[in-house]
Design a protein around this ligand. Structure first.
Ligand code: S3P
Length: 182
């Protein structure tokens, strides 16, 4: 976890001018949807939560998709809808916690905009998630920790990293806008 380091632009080239699409990535409970919605409001842009699109397209909840169709199917749908969503310009998009783990999805994101990783410590995540049953991968604290650690190498490939643990969402939006010069 890089919580103690400063938030950083990892790909300064992509941070010049307002990016056409801003993707929020990071683990479950890192605040992607809340921050994404606020950021979109501030920029006067449309906000898309990829998980909501999946639920709409599948006609059932994410827990149901996992239980009835399996995670592999969910990941296929996630990738397909991501490729659909990026056809539109001027968006703020929050991705589910596993979407940026796929190399193909990362490439799609890179080609279509700037990615912002909301980086949170495990303790913050655990506190926020509790035993929330709407997240099928939240089966135990040990499993969550393992999952988070296994995903850090993927999240760290985002263009921008923000310390998202202890700060109010509005402040995170300020910080993102400042870094992206929006
Ligand atoms: C997942 C995170 C969830 C959702 C699904 C799988 C993951 O999204 O896509 O439950 O693999 O981390 P949030 O990160 O918005 O909770």
């Amino acid at each position: 976890m890089t919580q103690s380091t400063q938030s950083a632009i990892r790909n300064p080239q992509s941070a010049i001018g307002i990016p056409s699409r801003i993707f929020l990535v990071g683990f479950m409970g890192s605040g992607k949807t809340t921050v994404g919605r606020l950021l979109a409001e501030r920029l006067g842009r449309r906000f898309i939560d990829l998980d909501e699109w999946i639920v709409e397209r599948a006609g059932k909840s994410i827990s149901q998709i996992f239980a009835e169709d399996g995670e592999v199917y969910f990941r296929q749908l996630e990738g397909e809808l991501l490729r659909d969503v990026v056809k539109e310009p001027e968006l703020v998009i929050s991705l589910g916690g596993g979407a940026f783990v796929s190399e193909i999805n990362r490439r799609v994101v890179k080609e279509h905009g700037v990615s912002v990783w909301l980086d949170c410590t495990f303790d913050v995540i655990l506190k926020r998630l509790g035993d929330a049953s709407d997240r099928p991968l939240n089966t135990s604290p040990d499993r969550l920790r393992e999952l988070l650690e296994s995903r850090l190498p993927s999240y760290s490939q985002a263009d921008v990293r923000i310390d998202a643990g202890q700060v109010w969402p509005e402040r995170l939006v300020d910080e993102i806008m400042q870094i992206l010069r929006c």
